[in-house]
Design a protein around this ligand. Structure first.
Ligand code: NAD
Length: 314
C-alpha cells in the first residue's frame, strides 16, 4: 500500500494536494511535512522536516515506511530573485536529497517544475515540450537543472520520478508563496474586500495559468499513469488557460461591476516578460490523457463563490 510523504505541505499547492491525496489513499497513509508547524494544526500525522537535512528525510522514510514523496518545498520566483544563492541551495540540494533517498529505497517521486524553465529564445505563444530552455531567473535555472537531475536519476538509478511544469496557479485555500503570478490570487481578495487592486504587472502581460483543482488532478493523474506510456522524464508541459491582468480584471468586473484595477509594474514585470504566453501540452495529452476542465470564466466564477463562502468575504 502507498505511504506518502509531502514536503512543503503548508504551501499553496501542498495545502490542497494533501487533502486530495488523503481522500484518495486515506488520512493515515499521507504524512504532510514542512519546515515549520502551521499555526492552527490539528493534524496528528504532520511532521516538521527540513528538506536540507538529508539524514532527517531518510530517517522519516525508514520510520514511516514511505513509498512515495511529493517534493514541493522550494523558493518561488519572486522570492528567489531576492536571495539567489539561498534559493539555489533550497531548490537544488532539497531535490537532490529527495532523489538520493528515493534511489536508496526505490521510492516513487513527484517534483514540480515550472514554465520558468523557458527563456527569451523559447517560442512565446505556443511553447513546445522540447525546446530551448535558457531561463534568466535563478528560479528558472534551478527548475531547468532539476528537470535534468530527475531524468538522470531515472536513467541511471531507475528512480520513478515524474514531473509537471506548472503554469501560474490560482487557488482559494492557501495564499501563494512569492511567485510572479501571485497577482492572480491577490486580485480576488482585494476585489471582494475593497473593489480595488494595484497590480505589479502591466495590464497586457499574458501568462499561462491554471486553476488549482486542475493542477491537483493533473498531479494525481500523472502519478497514477502507467510508467510505460510516459515518454518525458524531465517534466511535462501542461496548459489550461492564458490571460493578462487586464483580462482577469474584466472577467471579475462581470461579477463585481464596481471593481477597478490600476497597474504599477515592479521587478516582477521583467520575470514575466521572459516567460511564454501560452503552452503546447500535446505530449501530456497524448501520454497520460491530460485535459484541463477550467477556463477563465469558470475559474473566476468558482473563486468568487468559494472565497465568499470560506473566508466570509462579501
Ligand atoms: P509555497 O511557497 O506556497 O510553499 C512552499 C513550502 O515549502 C512552504 O510551506 C515553506 O514553508 C516550505 N519550505 C521552505 N523551505 C523549506 C525547507 N527547507 N524544508 C521544508 N519545507 C520548506 O510554494 P507552492 O506554490 O506550494 O509551490 C510548491 C512547488 O510547486 C514548488 O516547487 C514551486 O516551485 C512549484 N510551482 C508552483 C507554482 C505556483 O504557481 N504556485 C507554479 C509552478 C511551480
Amino acid at each position: 500500500m502507498n505511504k506518502i510523504l509531502i514536503t512543503g505541505a503548508n504551501g499553496q499547492i501542498g495545502t490542497e494536494l494533501t487533502v486530495a491525496l488523503r481522500e484518495r489513499y486515506g488520512s493515515n497513509q499521507v504524512i504532510g511535512s514542512d519546515i515549520k508547524r502551521p499555526v492552527a494544526n490539528h493534524d496528528h500525522t504532520f511532521q516538521v522536516l527540513d528538506v536540507l537535512n538529508k539524514t532527517a528525510i531518510q530517517a522519516l522514510v525508514q520510520d514511516e515506511g514511505i513509498t512515495e514523496i511529493y517534493h514541493l518545498a522550494a523558493s518561488l520566483s519572486a522570492v528567489a530573485e531576492k536571495q539567489p544563492l539561498r534559493a539555489w541551495e533550497l531548490n537544488m540540494q532539497g531535490l537532490l536529497n529527495v532523489l538520493d533517498t528515493a534511489k536508496i529505497d526505490q521510492l516513487k517521486v513527484f517534483w514540480p517544475s515550472s514554465i520558468a524553465v523557458f527563456g527569451d529564445h523559447a517560442p512565446k505563444a505556443f511553447c513546445s515540450q522540447h525546446t530551448i530552455t535558457q531561463p534568466r531567473t535563478v528560479y528558472g535555472i534551478s527548475k531547468a537543472a532539476g528537470e535534468n537531475w530527475c531524468r538522470y536519476y531515472y536513467d541511471n538509478y531507475g528512480v520513478d520520478v515524474r514531473s509537471i511544469r506548472y503554469p501560474g496557479l490560482i487557488s482559494h485555500t492557501a495564499q501563494p508563496g512569492g511567485g510572479t503570478t501571485d497577482y492572480a490570487v491577490e486580485i480576488f481578495h482585494q476585489a471582494i474586500k475593497n473593489r480595488q487592486y494595484t497590480c505589479y504587472l502591466k495590464p497586457h502581460t499574458t501568462l499561462p495559468m491554471m486553476y488549482m483543482a486542475d493542477a491537483v488532478r493533473a498531479t494525481l493523474e500523472l502519478m497514477e499513469a502507467p510508467s510505460l506510456g510516459l515518454t518525458v522524464r524531465t517534466s511535462y508541459n501542461v496548459a489550461a488557460m492564458s490571460f493578462s491582468p487586464g483580462e482577469l480584471e474584466a472577467a471579475i468586473r462581470k461579477h463585481l461591476p464596481a471593481f477597478r484595477a490600476d497597474y504599477r509594474p515592479d521587478f516582477r514585470q521583467t520575470i514575466a516578460d521572459s516567460w511564454p504566453t501560452g503552452i503546447n501540452d500535446h505530449q501530456a495529452r497524448h501520454d497520460w490523457s491530460w485535459m484541463p476542465r477550467y477556463d477563465l470564466p469558470d475559474m473566476v466564477n468558482d473563486m468568487l463563490v468559494r472565497l465568499r463562502q470560506e473566508k466570509d468575504l462579501r
